[in-house]
Design a protein around this ligand. Structure first.
Ligand SMILES: C[C@H](CCC(=O)NCCS(=O)(=O)O)[C@H]1CC[C@H]2[C@@H]3CC[C@@H]4C[C@H](O)CC[C@]4(C)[C@H]3C[C@H](O)[C@]12C
Length: 316
C-alpha cells in the first residue's frame, strides 16, 4: 500500500510513502533536458523539462515511481490492483505504455491544465517493459501548486478526477474513496459537544476526543481517511524546515511498521520502504528510507543540459 499527498505553505510540497515488501533497487534518478525519451508507440521527445524522482534501478530508462519536473508539476504511481485495466493499442489515440506515463506527462507539462490536455488524447496501453516486467496495475496522482488530479484506467475507460483533498492511496477507485469521506464529516480537531441524546452526563476526559472514530488501521481506505484528516488540519510555519518536517509527519500518520502487515507466510511483510517529499517549486527531493536518515538531492545542483540519466543510490 502507498499513500501520496500534497501540502502547501509558502512552497508546494508533494510526496508519498512507498509501502511494499520488495524493492527494485530504487534510486534517485534525474532525467536531464536532453536525455532522449524513446516511446514505444509514440514520437520520441528529444528535448524537454528536467525531471527528478525515484525510479527502479533497472536498465537505462527512467522507470519512475514518483517524480517532479523543473516547472513544479509532480506525479506518483500507486498500486491499483483488480480495478486497473490497461487497453490494447488504439490507432486513433496517442498510445503510451503504463511505464512511460510519468516521463510522458512530466517532460512536457507545466501545470495540471497542460496534463489534462495531454490526457484527452491518451490511450494508456498494456504494453510491457520487458518479459520480466509485465505492466503493474497502477493509478496516478498529478499535482501542481494549485490543483491535483487522479488518473485511472478501468474497464469502462480512462477516468480523470479532480482531487480536492490532494491525497491518494490504493483501492477502491478514487470516486469511492472521496465519497467515503462523507462518513467522517463529524470528526474535528476540537473537543466534541455532547450530542449523544437523552440526559446522560458525558465528559470530555481527554484531549483529542474530537477525532475519535478516525481509522487507525493501515487498509487503503482507512489510510485515505486518516491522511486526509491530518493533511486538512495540518498547521506549520512556512519555512522550508518546518514545511518539510510537517509533510513527513503527515506521511508518518499512515506509515507501515515492519511486522504489522503480513503479505506472505512466514515473514514477508509490507512496510514503508521510503517516504519522500518534493519541494516542487525548487526541484528538491527529500527522502528517508525505513532505517535511514533524512537526505536531499536538488536537481538544480546537477547539469540539466546533458543527455545521460544521473543516478544516486538511496542512502539507507
Ligand atoms: C509496487 C509499487 C506500488 C506500491 C504500492 O502501492 N503498494 C501497495 C500494494 S497493495 O495496494 O497493498 O496491493 C509500484 C509503484 C511504481 C511501480 C513501478 C513503476 C515502474 C515499473 C513499471 C513496469 O511496468 C513494472 C515495473 C516497475 C518498476 C513498477 C514496479 C511496481 O509495480 C511499482 C514499484
Amino acid at each position: 500500500m502507498c499513500t501520496a499527498a500534497n501540502y502547501l505553505t509558502k512552497c508546494h510540497y508533494f510526496g508519498r510513502n512507498f509501502d511494499y515488501e520488495i524493492s527494485y533497487n530504487e534510486r534517485v534518478t534525474i532525467t536531464p533536458r536532453n536525455y532522449p525519451l524513446i516511446f514505444r508507440d509514440t514520437e520520441d521527445i528529444e528535448n524537454h523539462y528536467g525531471i527528478i524522482g525515484i525510479a527502479a534501478g533497472i536498465d537505462e530508462y527512467p522507470l519512475y515511481y514518483d517524480a517532479c519536473n523543473e516547472k513544479g508539476l509532480a506525479m506518483g504511481g500507486l498500486n491499483f490492483p483488480d480495478y486497473c485495466d490497461y487497453k490494447p493499442l488504439n490507432e486513433s489515440k496517442v498510445n503510451i505504455a503504463s511505464f512511460e506515463i510519468i516521463p510522458y506527462i512530466l517532460s512536457q507539462s507545466k501545470t495540471i491544465n497542460d496534463a489534462k490536455r495531454l490526457l484527452v488524447d491518451l490511450n494508456i496501453s498494456n504494453e510491457k517493459f520487458s518479459t520480466q516486467l509485465p505492466p503493474s496495475p497502477l493509478h496516478w496522482i498529478i499535482s501542481d501548486r494549485n490543483a491535483s488530479i487522479v488518473v485511472e484506467v478501468v474497464k469502462e475507460g480512462l477516468n480523470v478526477y479532480d482531487n480536492p483533498v490532494g491525497v491518494l492511496t490504493n483501492n477502491p477507485p478514487f470516486d469511492k474513496q472521496l465519497f467515503n469521506l462523507n462518513n467522517y464529516m463529524a470528526l474535528s480537531n476540537k473537543a466534541p459537544e455532547n450530542t449523544f441524546g437523552g440526559n446522560l452526563d458525558l465528559a470530555i476526559y481527554s484531549r483529542g476526543m474530537g477525532s475519535i472514530g478516525l481509522p487507525g488501521d493501515v487498509s487503503s481506505q482507512s489510510r485515505f481517511v486518516k491522511a486526509s484528516f491530518v493533511k486538512e488540519n495540518s498547521v506549520s510555519g512556512d519555512s522550508e524546515k518546518e514545511s518539510v518536517s510537517q509533510f513527513f509527519h503527515i506521511l508518518a500518520s499512515v506509515e507501515q511498521q515492519k511486522g504489522c502487515t503480513l503479505v506472505e507466510e512466514p515473514d514477508k511483510f509490507e512496510y514503508t520502504i521510503y517516504s519522500d517529499c518534493y519541494n516542487t517549486d525548487k526541484g528538491i527531493l527529500y527522502y528517508k528510507t525505513y532505517d535511514g536518515p533524512q537526505t536531499s538531492v536538488n536537481m538544480h545542483d546537477e547539469n540539466l543540459e546533458t543527455d545521460q540519466l544521473i543516478n544516486f543510490e538511496l542512502i539507507d
